[in-house]
Write a protein that binds this ligand. Structure first.
Ligand code: TRP
Length: 329
């Protein structure tokens, strides 16, 4: 079974990305043939500073490795090292109705934002890369005939789009493209951020994955709570602290915390427990991350080796597609 997923290097990752996508993806390495990559062309839709993009590519690659991606088990590469993906992108765009792209969440959110800001041009700030984003993502997935795609909940619509496009192509040319499935870890919800809205870098309510302990403590201290006194019994329902704790705790730890809530506990203590829980799990990856970034040539080598393994596979599928379409002379 082929498993594939990618992360775009558009900025530092947060614990929501780790929980929703990286941790499940790394766990799946053992269950099949995994391909994980850095989606650098996706980042270009919004990031036009070459120095920042260059650095982010290394940081996302280091994040994958620090969180347990094993390049000996997994094909680990960079999207832009596989130019075949872009050729596929064009072919697939000829099988994608524009209306489907109009309904993609990220584009719709942009249009809505323009509406709310009273902009006359509802497409203000939308480049074709952003508009076509789901087609490029479909190309990533279909290029390697992935069966399973572990992603966070915010990305599931993109997988539905990939399924749609693959089926459309197959209806014309036969069963050439593998129709992928979404993988959502059981019980995984989108993590709340410091203010209770979904954790997102764009809301500035996130906890960076490799934050230093002192800074992480400060962020956790900012998490919104109610003003009940310490001894009052507390509801776990709708508690940001409880939800974050539960995401990283074992079932036993979660039950212990639930009991503390019922009995009454000061918010300061819950915050300290949450910090300890996170720090225990992230300490090692954080050290590894820092160490990896000290010698970027090692990261670059991993990515180059991964691309050398991935590219021939992409070429085989593309040749088959070109023949089916009538392009091979
Ligand atoms: N869009 C994904 C994100 O922002 C990244 C991504 C690009 C991806 N291509 C992909 C994820 C293919 C899974 C499969 O997180």
């Amino acid at each position: 079974m082929r498993i594939l997923s990618g992360i775009q290097p558009s900025g530092a990752l947060h614990i929501g990305n780790y929980f929703g996508m990286m941790r499940p993806a790394v766990a799946l390495q053992a269950e099949g043939e995994a391909l994980y990559f850095v989606a650098d062309y996706h980042a270009l839709t919004s990031l036009h500073d070459p120095k920042v993009l260059h650095q982010n590519i290394y940081e996302v690659a280091a994040s994958w490795l620090a969180c347990g991606l094993d390049p000996a088990k997994t094909v680990f590469y960079r999207q832009s090292d596989i130019p075949e993906i872009l050729e596929l992108n064009w072919i697939l765009s000829c099988f994608t109705s524009k209306g489907l792209m109009n309904r993609a969440h990220a584009y719709k959110a942009k249009v809505q934002e323009n509406q709310e800001n009273g902009k006359e041009d509802l497409d203000f700030g939308v480049n074709m890369g952003l508009f076509n984003y789901p087609i490029l993502m479909s190309s990533d997935i279909l290029m390697f005939s992935a069966a399973k795609v572990p992603v966070g909940e915010d990305q599931t619509q993109h997988i539905e789009i990939a399924r749609d496009i693959a089926q459309k192509f197959n209806r014309v040319y036969g069963e050439i493209l593998k129709v992928p499935q979404v993988v959502l870890e059981k019980g995984v919800k989108v993590l709340p951020g410091l203010d209770g809205r979904k954790m997102s870098k764009s809301y500035g309510n996130h906890i960076p994955l490799f934050e230093e302990p002192a800074a992480m403590k400060k962020l956790i201290a900012k998490i919104k709570t109610d003003s009940l006194p310490p001894e009052a019994p507390k509801s776990t329902e709708g508690s940001i602290l409880f939800e974050l704790y539960q995401a990283f705790a074992t079932p036993e730890q979660t039950e212990e915390m639930r009991a503390k809530f019922e009995k009454g506990i000061g918010w300061g203590y819950v915050k300290e427990d949450l910090f300890q829980l996170l720090d225990a799990q992230l300490k090692e990856p954080r050290e590894k991350y820092k160490q990896l970034l000290e010698d970027k040539s090692i990261i670059a080598n991993y990515l180059r080796e991964g691309a050398e393994k991935a590219r021939p596979q992409a070429q085989i599928l593309l040749k088959k597609m070109r023949a089916a379409i009538g392009l091979e002379l």
